[in-house]
Design a protein around this ligand. Structure first.
Ligand code: SF4
Length: 420
């Protein structure tokens, strides 16, 4: 038997449908968090997901010819790759190429089996609650109870599955999920990923952490936490700082959308001082690395260079632990308002100019050049969508009125469109 086909030889390959499970707040199981299309993905048990037709067809397209399932599910990555070399898919390919090369080899062999036996190495669990203390503009009621409450206050309908509650939580599902993860997943896991809601403010996440550290050798497992870093509460007498030393390495993804006041406006009402304070606390711990991650949305797209510039000090202070920030997830898709397409074409020239006028001098410069070119490509090439623009402006103004904020304090260039 010859050596297995190399991953690079497939036309459109992503490791996630083969090695990762993402379980969403309302129970939907999918290969990754980037897939927004929910139709067809089951809300059943992990075993049923792994043996279901939806996953089998998706995998088959990746191993033969990309077809409708890839086009539908991977549309964000496809769009990202039209504008440069980066995408979530490329990040995950990089993960098995550089961070876990042993998985890549095993995976290549696994792909040539009937794949009946699961090969799940990473799992992202969103506990069954939408609890979050923030109301980020580009969020939704299903991901934040505070945002849902604000929607109720200003007359915006909630996601249908919330009914008329702004806070969703389900103790029974959390207990069932944790049991299933304990029985089927944790033993082989190399990375456990927790996301929210606000991850660090949800008790269920600490229940899962306690299960993992009590029953498994978590010193062989990485922990990845996505958090807004605004708070670190205790549950059952322990906070996140008690669990971090129990894992091999902990990667903290701190979600921000701008530097200081810009972040506080978009990720309302976060306190920038608390975030930076917690960032330092994390970085002072052993075996912790930290990265700021952003979305690319209509308000952030012209200003992400500010984060890159301001991160320089942290990179210098923690050279092996603090990573240059990731100009992450493109806000994209038919239900999203805060997309680059909502930015009027007249504003984009100045935004593009800002990237040319504010290069980053640091040694990571080459990485940022790539990121900046991608952002410039979004700004140059994504068409203007007037309907989205108007809908977004209405949304901003309604939230400004309710919060007592004003977009124009920090984004004065939007004044011709504000109040129309
Ligand atoms: S290509 Fe992108 S959307 Fe598709 S499975 Fe991979 S990460 Fe998810």
């Amino acid at each position: 038997m010859g050596s297995p086909k190399k991953i690079e030889e497939y036309e459109w390959f992503c490791p996630q449908p083969f090695i990762n499970i993402h379980k969403g707040i309302f129970g939907q199981i999918r290969p990754c968090c980037i897939i927004k299309e929910t139709s067809g993905w089951p809300k059943t048990s992990i075993n049923e997901y792994l043996n279901g037709d939806k996953l089998k067809t998706f995998r088959k397209e990746m191993l033969t010819t990309p077809g409708p399932e890839v086009a539908l599910n991977c549309q964000t990555c496809i769009e990202q790759e039209k504008h440069g070399n980066d995408s979530h898919r490329k990040t995950y390919l990089g993960y098995i190429e550089y961070r876990k090369p042993e998985i890549k080899e095993e995976l290549e062999s696994y792909l040539e089996t009937d794949m009946e036996k699961p090969f799940i190495k990473t799992m992202e669990w969103l506990a069954p609650t939408n609890y979050c203390n923030l109301r980020c503009h580009m969020c939704g009621s299903g991901n934040s109870s505070s945002f849902a409450k604000e929607n109720q206050d200003i007359g915006i309908p909630l996601r249908p599955y919330l009914g008329n509650r702004s806070l969703y939580k389900n103790d029974d599902i959390a207990a069932k999920d944790i049991q299933e993860i304990q029985d089927n997943i944790l033993d082989n896991l190399v990375e456990l990923k927790l996301t929210g809601g606000e991850t660090l403010a949800i008790k269920y996440n600490y229940d899962l952490l306690e299960t993992a550290v009590t029953n498994f050798d978590t010193h062989k497992m990485d922990l990845r936490i996505t958090t807004n870093a605004t708070l670190t509460p205790k549950f059952n007498g322990k906070n996140i700082f008690d669990y971090i030393p129990e894992f091999k390495e902990t990667i903290i993804n701190v979600s921000i959308e701008g530097w200081a006041d810009r972040n506080s406006y978009i990720r309302y009402p976060s306190n920038w001082g608390s975030i930076i304070n917690n960032v330092h606390k994390f970085l002072e711990m052993d075996n912790v690395s930290l990265i700021f991650v952003t979305t690319v949305n209509s308000l952030s797209a012209g200003y992400l260079w500010e984060i890159a510039k301001n991160c320089e000090e942290l990179i210098e202070e923690y050279p092996d632990k603090f990573h240059p920030f990731a100009t992450g997830s493109l806000v994209h898709g038919q239900w999203e308002k805060y997309t680059v397409s909502a930015i009027p074409l007249e504003l984009r020239g100045q935004y593009i100019q800002n990237y040319y006028e504010n290069p980053v001098d640091h040694y990571q410069n080459s990485r940022y050049i790539r990121d900046y070119m991608k952002l410039i490509s979004y700004l140059e090439n994504m068409p203007f969508d007037e309907k989205k623009h108007k809908s977004m402006m209405r949304d901003i103004q309604a939230r400004d009125k309710h919060r007592g904020t004003n977009l124009l304090d920090l984004w004065p260039e939007w004044s011709p469109y504000y109040g129309c």
